[in-house]
Design a protein around this ligand. Structure first.
Ligand code: PLP
Length: 390
């Protein structure tokens, strides 16, 4: 059975973005595939990124890391958010590096490594100003001290030291150089304690592209990998990133209505003139957030048509005006429309397709939230350079 909507992911765009970003940074890249690859499918994105030259994969949780290993992906992988009672043995056994921010986690992983008789590869996270995970001040000194002790015992190997930036996407942010300086200090303390990390990393997408002082050995790339400009450009932006995902569906009902017709739940929307309404089988359970009501539009019949009335859980209504619209017509919610693959191809190559960044603006959020909010009912279809595969 075909799904009501498809998120079509161009793995060629993922590969192009890896190459584009690497040519800017001149460093190794970690492809961040947390949250199912920002909704694009972690496993196919990981494979495409690795083939294009990314050396590392980054995920949040242990289970995300194990999903990659279960798919047969053996590339260096870092996970960075753990319960203190996570099954660290399972990560050590499949060679996943563990990002650590507390001595509680460090003691737990050293215990697991001791029981397995295999050293754990860990990467210590410093808090340089984000005040989320990571250790700062005395906690950092204590963390590196214990890590060195375990390293000498042979239970732990400290492969990396890293941190995360607060506002690298804000040009000229004074916080960024402060974070870099704090990071350098933390690195000095780690080295002073006898650690010799081979991988030092700080930059996310925005920093990697715009702040050379943050690049160190490796840049962790999330948003830009998926082709979304981290500085908020609605198109490819100055780095020429290629958006990987197109969210598409088809019209499932069409009706011509007179002026004064109420549309969807509630009193919010009444037609002001005779018009054609097209029903789309996509709603907020699929990721079309209600926060975008009153502003959102989709590409239908080569034109941008507004989403009108309330977005419901499973469906929404588009005002197609006087466009000749039929049941089954293709709709692009966002993304590059070029691959829509209809008989009237050139029509739908219209540059009017909204981008995920526009949807984010309409909803008052960031593109990350729109991408990761796409629901489980939406099929993920992957293709690479024209060849469909899933
Ligand atoms: C999500 C995440 C990234 C990727 O950030 P982008 O801004 O999307 O490139 C990098 N590092 C960490 C620790 C993250 O959690």
């Amino acid at each position: 059975m075909r799904a009501l909507a498809q998120a079509t992911v161009d793995l060629g765009a993922i590969a192009d973005n890896v190459r584009t970003i690497a040519s800017v940074t001149g460093t190794g890249l970690m492809a961040v595939v947390k949250a199912d690859g920002f909704g694009h499918g972690a496993v196919p994105v990981a494979r495409a990124a690795l083939r294009a030259g990314a050396g590392w994969l980054g995920v949040t949780s242990a289970s995300e890391a194990l999903t990659l290993r279960d798919a047969g992906i053996t590339a260096p992988t870092l996970s960075w958010l753990h319960r203190a009672d996570d099954d660290f043995g399972a990560l050590i056994a499949v060679g996943v590096d563990v990002g650590l921010s507390t001595t509680s986690h460090l003691h737990a992983i050293a215990g697991a490594a001791h029981r397995l008789g295999v050293p754990a590869s860990v990467q210590l996270k410093a808090d340089t100003g984000l005040s989320r995970n990571g250790a700062g001040g005395d906690d950092w000194s204590e963390l590196v001290g214990w890590a060195r002790k375990y390293e000498m015992e042979g239970t732990v190997r400290v492969r990396g030291v890293w941190s995360h930036l607060a506002d690298a996407d804000v040009p000229g942010s004074p916080a960024l150089p402060r974070q870099v300086a704090t990071f350098e200090e933390a690195l000095g303390i780690a080295r002073g304690a006898g650690l010799d990390p081979e991988l030092v990393h700080l930059a996310n997408s925005a920093a990697a592209l715009s702040a050379p002082a943050t690049r160190f050995d490796l840049c962790r790339i999330g948003l830009a990998l998926y082709g979304v400009d981290p500085f908020g450009a609605t198109g490819p932006g100055e780095f020429g990133l290629r958006a990987a995902m197109t969210l598409r569906t088809t019209v499932v009902n069409v009706k011509r209505v007179p002026a004064g017709t109420g549309v969807s739940y509630g009193p919010e929307y009444v037609t002001s003139a005779p018009t054609t309404l097209a029903l789309l089988p996509l709603g907020y359970a699929d990721g079309l957030t209600r926060a975008a009501e009153g502003r959102a539009a989709v590409l239908l019949g080569g034109r941008r048509c507004p989403v009108v009335g309330r977005i419901a859980m499973d469906q929404c209504v588009v005002d197609a005006g006087d466009l000749p619209v039929s049941i089954g017509d293709p709709v692009v919610v966002f993304g590059p429309a070029a691959e829509i693959g209809t008989p009237d191809g050139p029509e739908t190559r219209d540059q009017a397709a909204p981008t995920v960044t526009e949807w984010a603006r309409w909803a008052g959020t960031n593109p990350n939230e729109i991408l990761t909010g796409i629901g489980a009912r939406v099929a993920r279809d992957h293709f690479h350079e024209g060849a469909e595969s899933s």
